[in-house]
Design a protein. Structure first.
Length: 403
């Protein structure tokens, strides 16, 4: 949905630039070690690309000296970060103070005009307009003038706050689920580390290479395990006709390992197969089917950071952004032999594996509900009360919205 779709509302229109403070970023000199590896988080788009509202951690950090001696600026908790160059329009709200590079802008609403949480959701609506206004011969770029050219509708502040609370309650539940998912994954990896022996991955799993052309499925809905879907945190449900190339067909429980950029590990467990819908995986994944172990045991084994250190050393490619894992290197890499774990640990691994899948699927429903309510609320086509009732249907209590 774009701004053009909501011009019929009675809300007042303002230029986007008139209701926000736009803050530029910067990078301390990489040639000065004293500016790096401090305790100040330093954001790049890699840290917040995806579907999560909040960003809470960064790959890189700078020191106070790095901040003081560069154009980098410290954003506050609650400020919004938007990517302005290359991958334009990725959005997140900061859960703590952070600084950021020059490929992004910090956005802070003028408090007398706009609620900061409402601003985040408003930007989700207008981000396509920002992308359309991007320019550049090599990289798409949005500039300060881009924000001046876009008008946005604003209800009174009290209404803004109520709308943001409804949408925020859905995102807060997603955040809570993500914490459970992260803790479950950490516990699974810790259980695997208890193993005394290591084994080649090909002892635990075989590679599946069965492919399917989605075009042969007509207009069926399919589950699409893609790299962008992984980064968003849940599998996409897509019309098969919209998927233009052959994909791996998932026929049994498995673990997917991304071939792309092993410095950013992407391991996706698929402990159950939906029998009513085809499940397809991008060919950027390696599909591992467990041998004489469960998918929970396999997932715990191949999630180890030590595995990806091995794979980084063997990856092909000339730069970090184009490195790929060779399937044979993955098969011959060493991981903990989780088959030696006692039965109670194996049962716990399997339970955690299913819990992760359950919470991931719930997040998918919550995100879909949020994305459906967002344009309807912003356009005035439904009331906050209607949105509260829709949220309750996916497990968000009205009291959670009101708190």
């Amino acid at each position: 949905m774009s701004v053009a779709d909501i011009t019929h509302t009675k809300w007042e229109f303002h230029s986007l630039s008139s209701i926000i403070e736009l803050i530029g970023g910067g990078t301390p000199k990489t040639s000065i070690p004293e500016y790096w590896n401090g305790d100040i988080p330093w954001l790049s788009v890699n840290d917040f690309a995806g579907d999560s509202r909040y960003v809470s951690s960064t790959e890189k950090h700078i020191t106070q000296a790095g901040l003081d001696n560069s154009s980098a600026k410290l954003l506050r908790k609650g400020d919004i970060i938007i990517s302005a160059r290359g991958t334009v329009g990725e959005l997140a709200q900061l859960s703590a103070p952070m600084t950021f590079n020059q490929s992004c802008y910090g956005i802070r609403g003028i408090s007398t005009k706009i609620d900061q949480a409402f601003l985040y959701y408003l930007l989700r609506i207008v981000v396509n307009d920002l992308r359309k206004s991007a320019h550049g011969s090599v990289f798409s770029t949005i500039t300060r003038s881009t924000f001046e050219s876009i008008e946005v509708p604003l209800p009174p502040l009290t209404n803004q706050n109520r709308i943001a609370k409804v949408l925020g309650s859905l995102d807060d539940k997603i955040t809570g689920n993500n914490k459970i998912i992260s803790s479950s994954q950490e516990l699974m990896m810790a259980l695997a580390k208890k193993c005394n022996t290591s084994v080649l991955i090909k002892t635990l799993a075989s590679k599946s290479t069965q492919t399917l052309n989605p075009q042969t499925l007509d207009h069926q809905q399919v589950l699409h395990y893609s790299i962008p879907a992984f980064d968003k945190g849940h599998v996409d449900i897509e019309n098969a006709k919209n998927i233009k190339s052959s994909k791996f067909q998932l026929n049994k429980p498995c673990v997917l390992v991304s071939k792309l950029n092993p410095r950013i590990p992407r391991v996706w467990s698929v402990p159950t197969i939906n029998q009513s819908m085809h499940a397809l995986a991008s060919t950027e994944f390696i599909v591992l089917e467990p041998i004489n172990c469960t998918s929970g045991q396999l997932f715990a084994a191949v999630s180890q950071p030590s595995l990806f250190l091995q794979l980084q050393a063997q990856a092909s490619g000339t730069s970090n952004s184009h490195q790929r894992i060779r399937p044979d290197d993955l098969s011959n890499a060493l991981v903990p032999d989780t088959r030696e774990l006692p039965n109670n640990d194996v049962e716990l691994l399997n339970s955690l594996n299913l819990l992760i899948e359950c919470r991931t699927q719930e997040n998918q429903t919550l995100a879909r509900t949020r994305d459906e309510l967002l344009p309807l609320l912003m356009s005035g086509k439904i009331t906050v009360r209607d949105a509260e009732e829709a949220s309750a249907e996916v497990g968000v209590d009205k009291h959670e919205v009101e708190e």
